[in-house]
Ligand binder design. Structure first.
Ligand code: DON
Length: 304
């Protein structure tokens, strides 16, 4: 038996002493005031037990982590047809990079860079009766938690400053890879990114991906193959131009967000979520990556 609680406690003690905690994302003004010293981990085993340490019950902005959940909803509704509009290749570029999108004629490299997530948002806007209400309902359903919500101030803050995303959406539109109005799609996209969750809520939302497509309440949301493919994209693209480093250091499929959260999972075993808001130069949580490297090393559990 692995003593998960003492491993989490040890990681917490070690990591909070780090002097260089990375930098808070300030390009979304509403995110700039977060305390760099917050740090939490939650571990949810598929068998049911869970363990936590630090600020695991504090809500934070999940940002790009939401791209996995929007992809899951789009795939559950549309299936493989979504791949006509975007690819599944790592981009090797930052999450907001634009020139590759132009070179590759409006087909985003993958659903986790911003342009790819905007295409998924467009698919959901076309598909759902009330996109914002329905997407939130989906997340509440898979996590079994009705307390999850948008942060409207964060969404508004990004709407006012998200010029790069407007550029990406306009480029997509110019290549006929956006069905709906730029403003409508981005309104949905900024809201999905603004969702706030705790580490423990995140592990519950991602349970279905470690559990062959079945969520916590045992409802089948995705097929086994769909869950496998989403995990594959997380492994190869979940950390943008640092995806190789995350696979190398941690060895799990995972996804980061500029709010400082990371979720990672070992299929059939566990889901782990870390929140440490200071980011490294690639926009991924600095201490979060460090903590997860320690976790898979000390528990000897990874996909490799
Ligand atoms: O679109 C953006 O720039 C943000 N709403 C999300 C970016 C993000 O979280 C990148 N991940 N590390």
């Amino acid at each position: 038996m692995i003593d998960y609680q003492s491993i989490l406690n040890n990681i917490y003690q070690e990591v909070i002493q780090e002097k260089d905690k990375g930098e808070i994302a300030t390009y979304i003004p509403e995110l700039a005031n977060i305390d760099k010293n917050t740090f939490g981990i939650h571990l949810q085993l598929i068998s049911g037990d869970s363990f936590s340490v630090g600020d695991s019950e504090k809500k934070f902005s999940i940002q790009s982590i939401s791209k996995v959940l929007s992809l899951a909803l789009a795939i559950s509704k549309v299936g493989t047809n979504i791949w006509n509009r975007l690819d599944v290749e790592p981009s090797g570029n930052p999450f907001n990079h634009l020139s590759l999108l132009e070179l590759e004629k409006g087909i985003p490299r993958n659903p986790f860079i911003n342009s790819g997530a905007i295409v998924i948002a467009d698919i959901l806007v076309s598909l759902l009766d009330s996109p914002k209400i329905d997407f939130l309902a989906f997340i509440r359903e898979i996590s079994g938690d009705s307390g999850i919500d948008y942060n409207y101030k964060v969404a508004d803050s990004e709407k006012k400053t998200g010029f790069n995303n407007y550029a990406a959406a306009n480029l997509l539109k110019s290549f006929n890879n956006l069905e709906n109005d730029v403003d409508v799609v981005l309104d949905f996209y900024f809201h999905q990114c603004s969702i706030e969750m705790t580490c423990s809520q995140l592990t519950k939302a991602f349970y279905l991906l470690a559990n062959k497509g079945k969520c916590l309440a045992n409802n089948k949301i995705l097929t086994k193959s769909q869950a496998k493919r989403i995990n594959a994209i997380m492994l190869t693209c979940g950390f943008y131009d640092e995806a190789g480093e995350f696979a190398f250091e941690v060895g799990l499929p995972g996804k980061s967000g500029v709010g400082g959260g990371i979720v990672a999972l070992l299929p059939n075993e566990f889901i782990i979520s870390v929140w440490a808001p200071g980011l490294n130069e690639r926009g991924n949580s600095k201490l979060g990556m460090q903590a997860l490297e320690q976790f898979t090393t000390q528990t000897n559990q990874s996909i490799f």
